[in-house]
Design a protein around this ligand. Structure first.
Ligand code: FE2
Ligand code: FE2
Length: 274
């Protein structure tokens, strides 16, 4: 895919993706993939809402706002567009718009500027947690995908998410210099966000894919747990635990010797949890 640099928006385009070469037979019958990719497309496309909230939260910081508006936001929305087009290429009967409308209505109340971090530095640390989660997720999709075009799209998205992590981390460092927080305080914020990663957005996205796909009226948390348990097996095989843990700990700026000791322990714990 073509790459461009700078603040001039996404580094690749949905039009670069060879959707006409998708090998439908390799993936179309696997509904777990359908649920995973359709749900991800919902969450990504809703980035216009998250971008607006973050823009309000960081109002006055022109560098952050310009990066959010011209780089981060358009790239996240493009992730959603690329995945949406993939879904409609492989599963053309899916009423994507109806599912997305349901998700937007369900999830919008959770997207409020007032719910963002207690300080600007801590919100940047929290954003690093989110981008650790997304970059790890797409690395896993890239490596586990049974279909090459999906692997290519996931790889391009993963690279963007790593870029987002680096951007938020840079801003985090700048805020920490201006309004320092103790390592302990940052660790608490990181932990709070890690515990939240499994919260509403994934459940509501999968729920709304399912409601439309199966023409159901209810989708319970037990249904979600059943889905999650099913995909857990292969996720555990492909999840990049070690890089993810290192990214999570990076804002704590731990001494190298301490990090060498803790990373293997946390990776072991994370493997068991996932
Ligand atoms: Fe994304
Ligand atoms: Fe991102």
């Amino acid at each position: 895919m073509q790459r461009m640099s700078g603040l001039s928006g996404p580094r690749w385009s949905v039009d670069d993706v060879a959707y006409d070469r998708v090998d439908r037979r390799a993936i179309a019958d696997d509904l777990d993939w359908f649920y995973l990719i359709a749900a991800s497309s919902f969450v990504e496309i809703l980035s216009d809402l998250y971008a607006r909230n973050l823009g309000e939260y960081y109002a006055g910081d022109d560098e952050v706002c310009a990066w959010l508006a011209h780089k981060w936001g358009p790239e996240e929305i493009q992730h959603g567009e690329a995945l949406k087009r993939y879904v409609l290429t492989v599963w053309p009967d899916f009423d994507w718009q109806r599912g997305f409308d349901g998700f937007r209505a369900d999830y919008a109340p959770y997207c409020q500027t007032a719910l963002l971090g207690p300080t600007r530095a801590l919100e940047m640390a929290a954003r690093c947690v989110v981008e650790t989660g997304t970059s790890s997720f797409y690395a896993m999709v890239r490596d586990a995908s049974p279909e090459p075009v999906l692997a290519q799209v996931a790889g391009a998205i993963r690279d963007d998410e790593i870029g987002h992590y680096k951007g938020f981390y840079r801003f985090y460092r700048a805020y920490q210099r201006r309004e320092p927080h103790s390592r302990w305080r940052v660790a608490r914020e990181i932990w709070r966000r890690v515990a939240e990663v499994d919260s509403e957005d994934a459940y509501l996205a999968v729920k709304n894919v399912s409601l439309v796909h199966r023409s159901q009226t209810v989708f319970t948390r037990d249904d979600f747990r059943t889905f999650r348990n099913r995909v857990r097996g292969w996720m555990r095989l492909h999840y990049p635990f070690r890089p993810a843990v290192k990214m999570l700990l990076r804002p704590l700026d731990l001494p190298a010797s301490f990090e060498r000791l803790t990373v293997p322990l946390i990776v072991g714990g994370a493997r068991r949890i996932v």
